[in-house]
Design a protein around this ligand. Sequence first.
Ligand SMILES: [Zn+2]
Length: 248
Amino acid sequence: MSVKPVMSNDNNDVVDDDSYEFRSGSHDFENRMHKFNMSFLRALAKPILPAGYWSKNRYSRHDEKTPINLTFDDGPNPATTRELLVVLEDEQVKGTFFFIGENIRLYPDLVEAVHKAGHIIGNHSMTHTFLPNLTRKAVEKEIDQTNQLITDIVGAGPTLFRAPYGIMDKRCAEALKERRMSTVYWGAMADDFRPIGEDAVVSRIMKQIPGNELVVLHEGRHPSQCIRSTREIIKRSKDLGFTFEPIQ
Ligand SMILES: [Zn+2]
């Protein structure tokens, strides 16, 4: 089943439930500001960008929680991917990996391992460039080359696409539609492509999760930060009654 593109039609960005607060020491102010900035960014981006998946928001009843979609961008990475598979196996969680074509070419065995473990693999472009700067033909090449690499390894092409930096335009949306692929955007993010530390990553993500169950983590840099924060986010989310599912 593929993800049905959904338009922004909710007010979840203004949810501010203190029950989801976690201690983060002296960085609490920065983490609160991060949450504010993320809400602002999402509010700006959702109406402008082509339709796509932001978060399922499946339940309206207060006591039922929307399953969390854990997503990992920028791999495969030999310093991170196998360790992430161990964490996800330990916790019995299935995630979604958005791989960059150039990395797939370098580490096809990691792609195979992720697929065999039952996780979903999505396309994160070939070169991780800013797609709105490219011609339509070049955008198609970014999509198609990566699709082909994934197909060659797992036997089927991906149905999910996440644009580098989360930004794409109408031409890219049209190219994806022609290929029956769905666009996945972003929900909870933590600036974890910078070395901000595991505590900040966990705190920032947990502050945003209610209403933004589409969690974006980056495995391209700072491997131990990524692995440790993934384990902790899963643990804390489970304690709060959340379940997990891949995007599909
Ligand atoms: Zn990326």
